[in-house]
Write a protein that binds this ligand. Structure first.
Ligand code: BDR
Ligand code: CA
Length: 320
């Protein structure tokens, strides 16, 4: 049985890999990509998504919907210092690559209707589009079968500030709305999970370079900018929280430990803006999310490497 799926993304680096997971995993029925302001310039993100469709030879098959170009109430903050253009300088001929006219928020609501309770969403950017969808139609939360959110840290350090992870920092009000809305949520946190179990070191990256398919070459290029940044801040490789989020939806057996938490987002303080308070049972708060605490890291790595080993014939030259 296939899983009807939307990926809500700020497409750069690992977002591209997450889209590949949605495109190439047999169980996934990727019905749309919705774009949200986040990592790099909005139009650049859209081009990165089209290049990702191209490398998977799915150009023209999966619609891209443009969502919010700004967080709900705050100015956009980018991560261009981390990601560069988000695609390692790749480029292609974009003629005829047109996003849909329908707004991403309307597309999310429509696709939830069409899937009749079966739609899953992997949200790997700031949660602006999803918050807007809930504001427009509160029942949207109960129409979505499963929402996987990449964001926050589970009682551990942030990345854009000491307290906050990037996706929640950029639009904390949106994140708060989404966690209050009643979705069935699984959270893939930045720390400790991603840092401990979803980092690909130089040895793994060399293996991927050795695969030498268009997908593997694409992976190497889009991850190149972040590799340099990550190593400069002491992370021994490239980080893969977004592709892990897509993977755990489609392959839940990769989760080896998780627990129920109450997740709430700080919006009042500048110092801790976007901090995710992940409260476990002892605090007596009603759980609103399952937080992934541990994965089968070797299984996840194998899952991605097998995917990158598939042969595709990209219709447009990417200069790979
Ligand atoms: C998150 O922020 C982005 O830079 C990544 O794509 C990921 O979604 C990690 O904090
Ligand atoms: Ca992302």
């Amino acid at each position: 049985m296939t899983i009807p799926l939307v990926i809500d993304t700020d497409t750069a680096q690992d977002d591209c890999v997450a889209i590949l997971v949605g495109l190439l995993t047999p169980e996934a029925d990727l019905r749309g990509i919705t774009m949200v302001a986040g990592n790099v310039g909005f139009d650049r993100q859209v081009r990165n998504a089209f290049m990702t469709l191209n490398v998977a030879d799915r150009l023209g098959e999966v619609p891209i919907y443009l969502g919010n170009r700004q967080p709900l109430v705050r100015p956009w903050v980018s991560a261009e210092n981390v990601h560069g253009d988000g695609a390692g300088g790749l480029d292609m001929d974009f003629s005829g690559c047109e996003p849909e006219a329908e707004h991403a928020v309307d597309a999310l609501l429509r696709m939830a209707d069409e899937a009749a309770g079966e739609l899953s969403i992997v949200a790997i950017g700031p949660l602006t589009n999803l918050a807007m969808a809930v504001r427009k139609r509160p029942e949207f939360a109960s129409q979505v079968k499963h929402l996987v959110v990449m964001g926050g840290s589970n009682n551990a350090r942030g990345n854009i500030t000491a307290a906050a992870e990037f996706n929640f920092y950029v639009d904390p009000e949106a994140a708060k709305i989404v966690f209050d809305a009643g979705f069935t949520i699984t959270v893939v946190p930045w720390a400790p999970l991603t840092l401990q179990q979803a980092v690909f070191g130089r040895d793994v990256l060399e293996q991927i370079a050795g695969i030498d398919t268009p997908l593997a070459r694409f992976f190497t290029r889009v991850c190149s900018a972040t590799l340099a940044f990550d190593e400069s801040v002491g992370i021994p490789g490239t980080t893969h929280p977004d592709s892990l989020s897509a993977a755990v939806l489609l392959r839940p057996e990769l989760i080896t430990r998780s627990a129920q938490y109450n997740v709430d987002i700080e919006t009042g303080s500048e110092l801790t803006r976007g901090y995710a308070a992940m409260s476990w049972g002892v605090h007596g708060l009603a759980p609103n999310a399952t937080v992934v605490e541990e994965i089968d890291a070797a299984g996840f790595q194998k899952f991605l490497l097998d995917l990158l080993a598939r042969t595709t014939t990209p219709p447009r030259d990417l200069g790979l």
